[in-house]
Design a protein. Structure first.
Length: 673
């Protein structure tokens, strides 16, 4: 005989009518529920998310179907992925059964669930059901028994886990009771292709056929009722992320990472800048709240939350969703405190780990823009002073702009305004220009270039702050003013390549300034030095150093530069003792998002946490590649009395100390540390 089974065994084909009626009711409730959610999403400002369809589809297949982003998540990621895949297989199996019994057989007289295909079908569905059940139980133990700190468990979670476990268990018992009557004694060979069902069939066999028939019929209707309840509950519970999270993968931003929306400050019809109410947000900001799975991975990696600040990226997103229900005029400040908004360092650790690809930083910047541009509020008086200083003198330190190139005194540096020739334009940035500690980094970089035969040019007094700290602090007006001046100055210089020692300048010039017309190559000194080494233009005399390396947030997570600094450090003869959190999971120094200009009044200092992590490696040097990181680490090492045992260094400094070129002999004395 052909191996197969009667689809509606013990029920009769008459069951189709009430079954589909109940399914239609559940689907109708689902559609109505999502229609209501759609009205909430549409409260936000319009934003196109349909560009690059091929790229979006490829990313969707990788992120949603292959679960690539979920698998990167520790503590539950693997279990979630296996549950998703196995439950998906069970859904496909259900569709195949429906297709055969309600379409292929009655209309085309075609049977697909027969023979070898049916045997494989039985085995795959049995294993998929078991994997789904085990994965779900593992996730339930994590949530309800282990209860990781910060993981919020609500009534939704009990309902969801209860429904899913009940659906899977009843499905297995239905299968076992059917097999005990129709296969165990009749077609034992076929029964072995459903190993889990066979075990249950053996366990149920003592009940006898009459009781098994009644049990099967009752559980079938219970099972189907649970499935219908599951479908109907989707839009009204966290289950909606089954749809919204994959859709969010499809709707991800295709802008360069870290790039925030540019405001049209010249539009005289605009009455509101930034987000004060729900209607001021983008529709995607509201949709994100429904895509959020409340897995708390973003919260776990947030440097602000980890050090006792009132910011949780997860709770901020959820608060937006809660407020949106009240309507377009609902005030966001009622649910999101200013302290939480100012605490963000824009490090993007939250966005990097989020399986749903929620855009947290854009929301924070929108809230800050409202505070600064509409309410005249700042993160503190010191930030307000820095903004005034930047507006007046072009830098947040309040020093005269005509002293911007004083750090280069005695070095072979070309001032481009004098028409002197140069190979690369060095955009020093504010800290390398004015801060004594970071000036040594600038001088080290020029020394490296000289050793490689590269002539360096600077803008001098024509250079302004890149504007990134002001932009991330919400002052879009000041950012655009500074950026416009810098773009014009770089264009006048005739430069074709700009090199920076600041990742914040790097991201801003390379990405944000493109929107303002900058059309030159921009490079960070880490990749620039690696190219010089690879080409043989730069030679080093390797010397050992006990060091750990800090991936700055803007060079790493934003600009995806991880290998180049490590290769340079290795070429310098230094073996890195990695901190537990490194690479894409690197912990912030606390200076991003303009926080380098603000006093850290709440919780403990982020820089202290990072320096303590560096000290735990046993290294005596903490190498970084960012003036903000260097500043924060110098302060932290001093405060923690670690200045003698853990010395913060910049990449350029450790390279300059290992040059084999005679240029090292002419290095200024203040470079050596």
């Amino acid at each position: 005989m052909n191996d197969t089974r009667e689809i509606y065994w013990n029920l009769g084909h008459w069951v189709v009518l009430p079954m589909y009626a109940l399914a239609a009711l559940a689907a109708g409730i689902l559609i109505v529920g999502f229609a209501r959610r759609l009205r909430v999403w549409r409260l936000g400002q319009p934003e196109a998310r349909s560009d690059q369809p091929a790229s979006r589809l490829g990313h969707f297949l990788n992120a949603a179907l292959a679960q690539a982003r979920v698998l990167r998540v520790r503590n539950g990621g693997v279990q979630h992925a296996f549950f998703f895949w196995s439950f998906g297989l069970l859904f496909v199996a259900t569709l195949l059964i429906m297709a055969q019994v309600d379409l292929l057989e009655p209309v085309f007289d075609v049977t697909i669930l027969v023979g070898a295909f049916y045997r494989g079908f039985s085995l795959v569905t049995d294993i998929a059901g078991l994997v789904a059940l085990l994965a779900l139980l593992a996730l339930a133990i994590r949530r309800f028994v282990l209860r990781p700190e910060g993981l919020i468990t609500a009534a939704d979670d009990y309902l969801i886990h209860g429904l899913l476990i009940a659906i899977l268990l009843t499905g297995f018992v239905i299968e076992g009771s059917r097999m005990a009557v129709t296969e165990v004694a009749v077609n034992d060979t076929l029964a072995h292709w459903s190993p889990i069902g066979l075990l249950i069939a053996y366990a149920l066999d003592p009940l006898g056929d009459a009781k098994l028939v009644s049990l099967h019929r009752a559980l079938w209707w219970l099972h189907f009722g649970l499935v219908a309840a599951f479908i109907a509950a989707v839009p009204f519970t966290k289950l909606r992320h089954l749809f919204t999270t994959p859709i969010n993968n499809l709707l991800r931003s295709t802008k360069p990472k870290g790039l925030v929306t540019t405001l049209d400050l010249e539009d005289e019809t605009t009455e509101q800048f930034g987000a004060a109410r729900v209607a001021d947000l983008r529709w995607k900001d509201i949709f994100d709240s429904d895509a959020c799975t409340a897995c708390k991975r973003c919260q776990d990696r947030c440097p602000a939350w980890s050090t006792g600040k009132p910011l949780s990226p997860m709770k901020l997103v959820q608060a937006i969703g809660d407020v949106a229900v009240a309507g377009p005029q609902a005030e966001l400040a009622q649910a999101i405190s200013a302290d939480a908004v100012w605490a963000c360092t824009t490090c993007r650790a939250c966005e990097e780990i989020c399986p749903a690809e929620i855009e947290h930083v854009e929301k924070v910047v929108a809230l800050r823009r409202n505070l600064v541009l509409m309410e005249g509020a700042f993160a503190g008086e010191e930030v307000e002073r820095a903004a005034r200083s930047t507006e007046m003198s072009g830098n947040p330190l309040g020093l005269p702009g005509n002293r911007r190139s004083d750090w280069a005194a005695g070095l072979d540096v070309s001032l481009v305004s004098d028409g002197e020739p140069f190979d690369v334009l060095y955009f020093a940035g504010c800290y390398a220009s004015f801060d004594p500690r970071n000036q040594r980094v600038a001088r080290a970089f020029v020394t490296i270039c000289r050793a490689a035969g590269v002539r360096v040019g600077v803008l001098g007094g024509e250079e302004r702050c890149c504007g990134e700290p002001m932009r991330k602090l919400g002052n879009e007006y000041l950012y655009q003013m500074l950026a416009t001046e810098n773009v014009a100055s770089i264009a006048r210089s005739g430069a074709t390549r700009v090199v920076v020692t600041c990742p914040h300048c790097y991201a801003t010039l390379d990405r944000d300034y493109r929107e303002l017309g900058l059309r030159v190559d921009v490079e960070h000194h880490a990749t620039f030095i690696r190219r010089l080494l690879a080409s043989g233009e730069l030679q080093l005399a390797p010397a050992p150093l006990s060091a750990t390396y800090h991936d700055s947030c803007y060079l790493g997570r934003t600009m995806d530069v991880f290998d180049a600094p490590r290769e340079v450090i290795s070429a310098a003869g230094i073996r890195i003792a990695e901190m537990p959190r490194h690479g894409r999971e690197s912990f912030c120094c606390g200076g991003g998002g303009g926080r380098v200009l603000a006093d850290e009044r709440l919780g403990t200092r982020i820089s202290h946490a990072r320096v303590a992590e560096a000290q735990a490696t046993g290294a005596t040097a903490l190498v970084s590649n960012c003036p903000f990181c260097l500043t924060m680490f110098e302060d932290a090492a001093g405060s923690l009395d670690l200045a003698r045992t853990l010395r913060p260094r910049d990449l350029a400094e450790v390279v300059a100390e290992r040059l084999t070129s005679p240029a090292t002999a002419s290095m200024p004395d203040d470079h050596a540390i």
